[in-house]
Design a binder for this molecule. Sequence first.
Ligand SMILES: O=c1ccn([C@@H]2O[C@H](COP(=O)(O)O)[C@@H](O)[C@H]2O)c(=O)[nH]1
Length: 244
Amino acid sequence: MTAITKADAAGKVMVALDYPSASEAEKLLEQISGIPCYIKVGMQLFYASGPSFVESLKQRGFNVFLDLKMHDIPNTVKGGAASIASLGVDMFNVHAAGGSTMMEAAMEGVHSVNGLAKRPTVIAVTQLTSTSQQMMNEEIGIQGTVEDTVIRYAQLAKQAGLDGVVASPSEVVAIKQACGVSFQTITPGIRPKGAALNDQSRIMTPSEALKQGTDFMVIGRPITAAADARAALESIIEELTSYE
Ligand SMILES: O=c1ccn([C@@H]2O[C@H](COP(=O)(O)O)[C@@H](O)[C@H]2O)c(=O)[nH]1
């Protein structure tokens, strides 16, 4: 049974360009050219190549998620959010652990920018997908289940006016129940069957994540570390279009 089209499947995949330089990121972009996926730029690439690389992605028509996970005092996050929004990115994020005033400040920063064709989607990181239940309880010192913490952060983000959250695919159903179906879920921790776990802890396969109702899935190393990145991405898209 075909669930979604190839174009819809590709649009749900955010390829994480975790590279040390723009030239290395460009090599990957060349390999996957023509596949209409979202592009995620994180700290490694942004700190090395800066706003100009992000602007060049936008000039070439990519949908861009700038994943800088801001977590600072409200005034600083407000300014950071204004600067990020001015770059014209489609999505960016803050840490929900910064609290509601900080998240509201991020929204104020976005709204302070004049002349945007469309404001970016603003989302909050709940619990990193590398965090296990045991790590959260024993090391970080947060009691209760990871799911309960994720839901609490998601509700806080929604109340602060944000558009969605970053969480693991296994929390998507509970987030949608608590915050509504239009509250977006962006899920890293995606591993095709047999792929290396690396440092991820709370994972699902692409088709399992789709079944949970995730809006976007962030995928890095299963594509970027593959011998043939294009084939790896195409195989993920194929899995999404043919899941039952
Ligand atoms: O909770 C989070 C938040 C962000 N990420 C980012 O997603 C990608 C995942 O890369 P993989 O290589 O597929 O593990 C990476 O850029 C992280 O910074 C996350 O993994 N978990």
